[in-house]
Design a protein around this ligand. Structure first.
Ligand code: AMP
Length: 409
């Protein structure tokens, strides 16, 4: 778990602001759920997922409740839906931290942030297109270019279970030729064997049955409609038959965004899909859902690699250098901040030289200097930090003067 210091932290906030701006324009409202939930909320995601079996931060609290820090947010959204029964379609977005007990490495942390959306109560393939397009738009707004969209359909639950049976048969027949890790995965979830990056597994994965051959007519029509919509929006995609993703409840459309500059083990910037049954499992009515979650840290790594979305410290309009004791700086900064200007100051009545050094380092456009003469004459010296003549401005005019100057910029 990491500390995020300024100015990087400002970039995090900006990231969330850009995301909120993109999705609020499409009618999504923010849902804020607790950081922890009853453990059962997450175990409903599925017993065969690593997130649930290995990575949960769970503990018993003082009231002897077995609770867990959230490892992702879809389950919390479905729990909230089941609890509050809002009208559908319910379009929400979220932003915040999740916790997974993973082996930390670049792009993989035990506390990490995600932004995402979920829509509950609509089965329309156009909705699948809408939410994929929103993520696509968000990456574009960040300035990222090297993002690849991969899509697949897991079919209807029946298609999927027939497929899982066929996969199991296929991989069981491979016997010891499969890696030991994949043989263990096979017992729990044959779909996840397709995720294996181990070279010994690759020929067996390549020869495995394909999900598309198991799609029912309905599932195939839904997937086709999604692809038609993506093409209509000129969003490039690749169909990846091996894409399965973790959640046991996924059905029909699933998708992932991969960063072109990232290491292949950690190149998933985000992903999502359609799911069924999760709301029901959490005590609500049968409700179709679809959503995605995008990882903040990994996306920012991709931004670093592409040299886009750089951290930008808040620009200061002015830095007050008061060498008369500091009280004048108290009222001057308060007045200017009230007028909407970003203003900082020196403390501890340090020397002119020391405070000017701070003013320089602050990046402020102007230093506002108050010495004994200025204090007794009711003036302030305005010194442009990027060079140019300094001017003397009446104390009573300073706010209007600086406001006019920052409006010009
Ligand atoms: P998931 O919920 O596992 O599908 O993850 C969605 C996205 O969240 C991934 O594509 C990553 O960008 C990000 N993510 C998941 N786990 C971590 C982690 N441990 N550290 C950093 N980012 C993560």
């Amino acid at each position: 778990m990491r500390d995020i210091l300024p100015p990087e932290s400002g970039r995090w906030r900006h990231f969330t602001d850009v995301f909120a701006d993109v999705v609020e324009r499409a009618g999504y409202g923010q849902l804020i759920t607790p950081l922890l939930e009853d453990l059962g909320v997450f175990t409903r995601i599925g017993d065969a997922t690593d997130v649930v079996t290995k990575e949960m931060y769970d503990f018993v609290d003082k009231g002897r409740r077995h609770i867990a820090l959230r490892p992702e947010m879809t389950a919390s959204v479905c729990r909230a839906f089941a609890e509050h029964r809002p009208t559908t379609p319910w379009k929400v977005f979220y932003a915040g931290s999740n916790f997974r007990y993973e082996k930390p490495q670049r792009g993989r942390y035990r506390q990490f942030d995600q932004v995402g959306v979920e829509v509950l109560g609509a089965d329309d393939p156009n909705l699948d297109v809408e939410i994929i397009a929103l993520a696509w738009e968000f990456y574009a707004r960040l300035g990222l270019r090297q993002v690849a969209l991969i899509v697949n359909s897991l079919g209807e639950p029946d298609d999927r279970s027939r497929y899982v049976d066929a996969l199991r048969d296929h991989f069981v027949a491979c016997g010891d030729a499969l890696s030991e890790q994949s043989r263990a995965t096979l017992d729990r979830n044959p779909l996840r064997v397709l995720d294996s990056k181990r070279s010994v597994d690759q020929p067996h994965i390549a020869s495995a049955p394909r999900i598309a051959d198991f799609h029912s007519d309905d599932a195939a029509a839904h997937f086709d409609a999604v692809l038609v919509g993506l093409r209509a929006l000129d969003i490039p995609f690749t169909i990846e038959p091996k894409l399965v993703r973790g959640l046991d409840y996924y059905r029909r459309t699933i998708f992932e965004f991969q960063g072109g500059t990232l290491d292949s083990a950690q190149n998933a910037l985000g992903g999502g899909g359609r799911y069924d049954g999760l709301v029901e499992a959490l005590g609500g009515p049968p409700t179709p859902g679809i959503g995605f979650a995008l990882g903040l840290e990994r996306t920012l790594l991709a931004c670093d690699d592409e040299g886009v979305f750089a951290p930008a410290p808040t620009p200061l309009a002015a830095f007050v250098v008061d060498v008369t004791g500091g009280l004048e700086a108290v009222s001057l900064t308060a007045e200017l901040r009230r007028a909407g200007l970003a203003v900082d100051r020196g403390y501890d009545n340090r020397s002119m030289k020391a405070q000017m050094k701070l003013a320089n380092r602050s990046g402020a456009a102007f230093a506002l200097i108050v010495g004994d003469d200025e204090l007794s004459n009711g003036n302030v010296i305005v010194k442009p930090m990027q060079g140019g003549e300094q001017v003397v401005v009446a104390r009573s005019e300073i706010s209007a003067y600086l406001t006019a100057l920052s409006d010009q910029n």
